[in-house]
Design a protein around this ligand. Structure first.
Ligand SMILES: [Zn+2]
Ligand SMILES: [Zn+2]
Length: 215
């Protein structure tokens, strides 16, 4: 996708792997940015000369023909949200950077056609890794990142009646493998649901969510 095709940028939280480069890109291509007030406060020094809009949990907004609904997630940032995107036909849920499941996020992600879901680490690999204890605690803690197991528990609890594809994402290069993440997600899903694993370096190819793919 070329910058000319983009109508805006949504930011989930201030951590560098999500907000780094956003404002430079927005300035260069004159794109507006949506973010929460808490995220803005954390990175306001980078916001000069950028058009931005505040968003908050539970209040939908539109970018062209897409409706976006931010929802709060438990993560160690100032006011982190993730988004559900709806074009009137299909609903896409995105969840990365959350330390544990909450009823709020499970409700927000219900009845999606597609899901992008964090599978950050395998608990055993994280516990055996060379990371310092404090980092292990942060990643595995209630405001850190989703393990494969927690991701599969979330998936299990969701309304999956419309789900056609799930993409495992935000995998740790050191504490996870695509095979483990895929197995965890597949273990709680019917076979008709496609599982794709996004790689930290290359992401994933364009994938379809068309209604006809259901049949
Ligand atoms: Zn984060
Ligand atoms: Zn992250």
């Amino acid at each position: 996708m070329l910058p000319g095709d983009l109508a805006g940028i949504i930011v989930t939280h201030e951590h560098q792997d999500h907000a780094g480069g956003v404002f430079k890109f927005a300035r260069r291509h004159r794109l507006p940015v949506w973010l929460t007030f808490g995220t803005y406060q954390a990175i306001r020094a980078q916001c000069d000369d950028v058009v931005f809009h505040f968003c908050r949990d539970g209040e939908a907004f539109a970018i062209e023909d897409l409706q976006l609904l931010p929802y709060t997630v438990p993560h160690d940032a100032r006011e982190p949200v993730q988004y559900v995107v709806n074009n009137g036909v299909l609903k896409l849920g995105v969840l990365t950077d959350a330390g544990h499941a909450t009823p709020h996020l499970i409700s927000a992600l219900g009845a999606c056609d597609g899901l992008l879901l964090e599978c950050n680490h395998d608990r055993q690999m994280l516990s055996n890794s060379a990371y310092p204890a404090s980092l292990k605690q942060r990643i595995g803690g209630d405001y850190g990142h989703l393990s494969n197991q927690t991701a599969s528990e979330i998936l299990h609890a969701l309304d999956k009646s419309r789900l056609k594809r799930v993409v495992g994402a935000h995998l740790s290069l050191k504490n996870n493998t695509s095979e483990l993440a895929r197995a965890a997600l597949a273990s709680v899903m019917e076979e008709r649901v496609e599982v794709t694993i996004a790689c930290q370096e290359d992401g994933f190819d364009w994938v379809g969510l068309a209604r006809s793919a259901m049949n």
